[in-house]
Design a protein around this ligand. Structure first.
Ligand code: CTP
Ligand code: CA
Length: 223
């Protein structure tokens, strides 16, 4: 802190942020994944740190650099992400931004699956991954403020509100990720903040601006 600046609003508070996709192995050389660059989650982790929070970022595989001022734990699979998040409780703030793969392969292969001449392609049997946000939202050591995202391609408000309830979150940041919006992988985002008390529509902003505004929103609502 500079001599002329006041205390930072999130000083002394601990935050956990998830970001990026998860990769779920099929065999040693193949995986299934979600589309996510990690840009929004990483920007939020950095913005919370700038406001003075002690931030742990649990990141899936991304190509962007680790943000400054943040402790970064790198994971691959949803179960690893869940374990890393739970191991870092208690915390004051949780912001779950990761695009977690909803399913993993039920019985992954230790060996590379080979093509069998003349045989049909191997079927992929999937099983559901743990819901990390829901786990945190209902945890005995639940953070004071639990924030989730909702990636939707239709019925953004209704789906976002249902997720707020189901996952035990205080806030759902909902966005329309239809391909024509360019949000997935892009540098801009247009979000709606869904709480028990209503919906707040934010204008089209850069992902860094969304991060700064969200960190400020968190600072005023965590108290
Ligand atoms: N999330 C999570 N763990 C999962 C799935 C989702 O922590 N296994 C979190 C995401 O990080 C996000 C929120 O839950 O904060 C909503 O994710 P989303 O994929 O939109 O919701 P789902 O509950 O998976 O529902 P669906 O994909 O069917 O819309
Ligand atoms: Ca999902």
């Amino acid at each position: 802190e500079g001599l002329l600046s006041g205390p930072k609003p999130l000083s002394g508070l601990k935050a956990i942020v998830t970001s990026g996709p998860t990769h779920e192995p099929i065999d040693p050389v193949r995986y299934i994944a979600n589309r996510s660059s990690g840009k929004q989650g990483h920007a939020i982790a950095a913005a919370l740190a700038r406001l003075g929070a002690e931030v742990t970022l649990v990141s899936g595989p991304v190509t962007i650099p680790d943000p400054h001022g943040v402790r970064v734990l790198h994971v691959e699979r949803a179960e690893e992400m869940r374990d890393a998040v739970i191991a870092n409780l208690p915390a004051d703030i949780a912001v779950m931004v990761a695009a977690v793969a909803d399913w993993r392969v039920a019985s992954g292969s230790d060996q590379k699956i080979k093509k069998q001449p003349g045989e049909a392609p191997p079927p992929l049997l999937l099983t559901e991954n743990p819901d990390i946000l829901k786990t945190v939202g209902h945890h005995a050591q639940r953070p004071r403020l639990v924030v989730g995202f909702a990636a939707e391609t239709q019925d953004v408000d209704a789906n976002g509100r249902a997720k707020l309830e189901r996952k035990g979150a205080d806030l759902i940041v909902a966005n329309d990720v239809s391909p024509e919006t360019g949000i997935m992988g892009g540098d801009r985002n247009r979000v709606r903040l869904i709480t028990k008390s209503g919906v707040e529509d934010w204008p089209d902003l850069s992902k860094d601006e969304v991060a700064d505004r969200l960190a400020a929103w968190i600072a005023t609502h965590v108290q």
